[in-house]
Design a binder for this molecule. Sequence first.
Ligand code: ACO
Length: 394
Amino acid sequence: MDEQNNGEIFSTDLAGIIVGETEISNVDGVSGSLSYRGVNIADLVNRPVMEVVGLLLFGADGASPEVQSDARLLRDASSSERLCDYEEELTAFTIDHRRLSAEELQLLRDLPFDLHPMLVLQGMIPFLNIPYREQAEGSILADEVVQQGLGIAAKIPSIIAARHRLINGNSIIPSGDSLSLHENFLLMFHGRVPSREQVRILDAVQILQMEHSFNAGTFAGRVCASTLAPIQSSISASVGTLFGVLHGGADQAALEMAKKIGSPDKAAAYVADCLERKIKIMGMGHREYKVVDPRAKILKPMALSLCEQGQGKELLEVLVSVEAACQTAFAKQGKEIWANVEFYKGAVFHSLGIESNFFTSLFAMARVYGYVAHYLEFSQNSRLIRPRAKYVGR
Ligand code: ACO
């Protein structure tokens, strides 16, 4: 950032510039904490997924008065009290809307098979047909935009799984009528029923990456929403922005970096070479966090307990060595650069049998709930986002 002579603010990257208010999540980059609607993510990670979605989108207003008035309960992960009362309604809506139509499946078949899953996802979102259905009075689903947003979120797992089946020459598995969000996704993706443990792991990872304040993808969606474009356009813009390797695409890039390095003893030389040539280490560093990303703090032990043998163990050992080499090198440079959410996430996904080119689309599958929450919040008090350029031409 730079201050011009005439007092105008000049910033090419908006670093440190506050561009709006939000009640959805809070990123504290100094202490290294993240909370959704005031609840620390460490306390949300083992809650039912749809309960967290309800909290994120609509707050704790539906929870019993005791829960709302007792901050301790909201923070206590072991509490049997619900964080909000929307879980059942959201689950039923998702099950009802997640099946792809024949036309949507045909579109997926027609797209070139070498197209990256994130490009497929970004392109497919505006084409999805989400019928509006009247809801009982007082329902949180009464609003058409809410239905569109949640309808898109419901179909994203089906799109990802169907593309995975198609490009591998497998038959598409239709969505189940009663399975939970991630049990159904893993079944559609792999073609076999997942274990409870696999579902629990995916639930936790997806909760961790559902929302993160004004990140680049969410901000792109807000810019789009500010023109009064529909929610489909806004989510599509966000997904396109998430794809880049400086943002969500770092999950694929970090695990592929570990594969390329090959063994832990080569990690230090790899890091030194990257720093020498000013190449970024994928999964390291964050615009907001000046300490370890709180999501990485949860994902690392998860990866260590899951990757105990085979290729997963080898990849994880490389990642651990890269992290150690980075810490030594960055400390020497006096830089506060630590592992972010992407660094160990790939190892966890790898343990679930998910190929690296699908990592970022799974990220989008979770983050879409944050995008919807921001679209709804922003639309309540919307104003066109339109910065200025400094003209330097002739
Ligand atoms: N590897 C090596 N050097 C790094 C890294 C890294 N991962 N991250 C920052 N640096 C260095 C830069 O080279 C620069 O050094 P210099 O001042 O000597 O030129 C300095 O730290 C500042 O770097 P910026 O990129 O300006 O810092 P910023 O805060 O904007 O960066 C970013 C944040 C873009 C995430 C960066 O750390 C990065 O590129 N990381 C790798 C990609 C990545 O993991 N992205 C995922 C982020 S999490 C998410 O979006 C979900």
